[in-house]
Design a protein around this ligand. Structure first.
Ligand code: GS8
Length: 218
């Protein structure tokens, strides 16, 4: 039976972006169903009755929820190409640790950067840079967190790093000065077709934010 793969997603979802890149790296054809998160489809509510969130991967009619779980599923089912998890148990544990760090620590900054001001914002930025510095240490001199190729931690961090780049462009902070390895790493990621064809670039998101701000002022 040919695989039937459906992705319930929303184009701005950082978690959905992870799965889009993973499926592209593995060369899996899938049907992308864009959700309206203000009016969720019956299929989404049925497929993810617990959290009612995107992304949901549906493989041969079976739903897999939570991006971290779905990434592991993708890597196990389509294991002939582009491994996302290291095969060595210790290295695998470390990749899971840092992907979990991104979820617990880094993901929250995306909202905080928009919703805080003044001194509170300065503290948020400092906290973000401290966290990204830890990730820079983990990256070390490697091309990607997955070494020569994209791996779990690259996919976990990339969608949030795109937003940090947008903040940099908006003049909110200087990511390049504070965390000099993150921007070149992000550029390297975007040189890969699996990334550039799957997720909006920082420039596209920047234009989107500028447009949104303009339309709010009109
Ligand atoms: C997070 C999914 C999520 O927050 C994962 O898949 O890793 N831990 C989950 N999805 C958001 C869109 S991205 O901000 C979502 O579906 N929100 C809709 C809602 O909360 O109603």
């Amino acid at each position: 039976m040919a695989d039937e793969v459906v992705l319930l997603d929303y184009w701005l979802s950082p978690y959905g972006m992870r799965l889009r890149i993973a499926l592209a790296l593995k060369g899996i054809d899938y049907e992308l169903k864009e959700e309206d998160l203000t009016n969720k489809s019956p299929l989404l509510l049925q497929s993810n009755p617990v959290h009612k969130k995107v992304p949901v991967l549906i493989h041969n009619s079976k739903p897999i929820c939570e991006s971290a779980v779905a990434l592991q599923y993708i890597d196990e089912v389509w294991n002939d190409k582009a491994p996302l998890f290291p095969s060595d148990p210790y290295l695998r544990s470390q990749a899971k640790f840092w992907a979990d760090f991104v979820d617990k620590k880094i993901s929250g900054f995306a909202r905080k950067l928009w919703t805080t001001k003044g001194e509170e914002l300065e503290a948020v930025k400092k906290d973000l840079f401290d966290s990204l510095k830890l990730l820079e240490q983990e990256l070390g001199d490697k091309l990607f967190f997955g070494d020569e190729t994209l791996g779990l931690v690259d996919l976990a961090l990339l969608p949030f790093a795109i937003w940090f780049s947008v903040h940099e462009k908006l003049g909110s902070f200087s990511l390049e000065a504070e965390c000099p390895k993150i921007t070149p790493w992000l550029k390297r990621c975007f040189q890969m077709e699996s990334v550039s064809k799957s997720v909006p670039s920082p420039d596209k998101l920047y234009d989107y934010v500028v447009q949104m701000r303009k339309s709010r002022q009109e």
